[in-house]
Design a protein around this ligand. Structure first.
Ligand code: NAD
Ligand code: DAU
Length: 355
């Protein structure tokens, strides 16, 4: 048995589906079902006795203690977080609540449970923190990619909250000996990605004939990784990672935002041509994100050398699969575009964007 938190979100749900597809141990899935959590992502597991979903907060110590005592997991994987940088700029509190205080509460619940385990379960237990490359800050155009030794320089409230959580996880290892693992991954994309983030937002807006809002000059660079590759990296770190170690995970795939948007437009021109003309006509430059990090890039040599992990998907094949998934899942898109989603879009991009 493993306990996964945030397993109804984008990466968490992909992880749980992949894990059980590969006959992994049964999963207890604890998720608060915020706006970003969606049980429909897990519909393929309806009635599957290997998956137990529990709606709840990682900060609820009584609930987490009960789940740990009842299910006695051999590992806890913490995906739960507030994850959207723009939302952290307009409302940082929720990020501190879940990403910092929630992680603290989870670490304390897990530490109490871990202390009760007999050997060898105690030695074999793992706490895996799913973190991000954003904790490292922004790179100059010609600077080498982030290694695990790069200093923490978080620039957004989201990044600062994830950096704080990483420090807590590290301290719980150093001080209490909790066997922790941390992964720092670059930008993911793929199925079930909530359409507030760049790639799914551009796909759903293009299909609706709406403007494609590119922040600033669009030359900011991210290192994109197909979500299935992030899941395989987490499986490798959980199975063979060294306790106390951190692992950078990335796609060796740096792309400027504007180039991503153009590639999405080209794929849609091929797969679902718009009689009104090429989708690129919808590209619109809008005001930049405050404090916008210019470039992220991951040096993933440690995880390759120690654990033999490399991404399997190319960006061309992964992006095509992703665009196809959104074309085939219009009902999923419609459902997540609820009232709350429209309120966010109106606040961020103006009322016309939400119409
Ligand atoms: P997401 O926003 O899609 O999903 C987050 C999930 O956590 C949701 O299901 C939500 O309901 C749940 N959640 C939020 N607060 C909770 C709480 N207090 N208790 C329990 N559940 C709660 O996020 P994602 O993109 O899937 O990211 C998952 C993790 O991976 C996050 O920790 C994020 O920082 C990290 N990460 C994301 C990316 C990326 O590109 N998306 C890259 C690197 C790391
Ligand atoms: O690097 C890992 C991080 O990647 C994760 O930790 C975060 O949880 C995840 O949200 C993501 O953060 P980004 O800020 O990089 O992702 P986002 O999709 O929000 O934006 C990607 C780039 O696209 C960024 O440079 C901002 C830009 N952008 C984004 C949106 C939503 C636009 O130009 N227009 C937009 O409308």
């Amino acid at each position: 048995m493993i306990l996964v938190t945030g397993g109804a979100g984008f990466i968490g749900s992909n992880f749980v589906l992949d894990w059980l597809d590969r006959d992994g141990d049964p999963v207890v899935n604890l998720d608060a079902l915020t706006y970003a959590g969606n049980l429909r992502n897990l519909a393929a597991l309806d009635g599957d006795p290997r998956h137990r979903f529990v709606r709840g907060d990682i900060g609820d110590r009584a609930l987490v203690a009960t789940l740990l005592a009842e299910h006695r997991p051999r590992a806890v994987l913490n995906f739960a977080a507030e994850s959207h940088v723009d939302r952290s700029i307009s409302g940082p509190e929720a990020f501190l609540r879940t990403n910092v205080m929630g992680t603290l509460a989870l670490l304390e619940s897990v530490r109490a449970y871990w202390a009760t385990l007999p050997d060898p379960e105690r030695a074999a237990f793992r706490f895996l923190q799913v973190s991000t490359d954003e904790v490292f800050g922004s790179l100059a155009p010609d600077a080498p990619a982030f290694t695990e030794q790069h200093r923490y320089e978080p620039n957004s409230p989201y990044a600062a909250s994830k950096a704080s959580a990483d420090h807590l996880v590290r301290a719980w290892h150093h001080t209490y000996g909790l066997p922790v693992l941390t992964t720092n991954c670059s930008n993911n994309y793929g199925p079930y990605h909530f359409p507030e983030k760049l790639i799914p937002l551009m796909i759903v807006n293009a299909l609706a004939g709406k403007p494609l809002p590119v922040y600033g000059d669009g030359r900011q660079v991210r290192d994109w990784l197909y979500v299935g590759d992030h899941c395989s990296a987490i499986r490798a770190v959980l199975a063979r990672g060294r306790p106390g170690q951190t692992y950078n995970v990335g796609g060796w795939n740096e792309q400027a935002n504007i180039d991503i948007v153009r590639q999405i437009c080209a794929l849609l021109d091929e797969l679902k041509p718009d009689p009104a003309g090429p989708y690129a006509r919808l590209i619109t430059h809008v005001a930049d994100r405050p404090g916008h990090d210019r470039r992220y890039a991951i040096d993933a040599r440690r995880i390759e050398a120690e654990l033999g992990w490399r991404p399997a998907e190319t960006f061309a094949s992964g992006l095509r699969r992703t665009v196809q998934w959104y074309l085939e899942h219009a009902d999923w898109v419609r459902e997540v575009q609820s009232g709350a989603y429209r309120e966010w879009i109106a606040r961020q991009y103006g009322p016309a964007a939400a119409a």
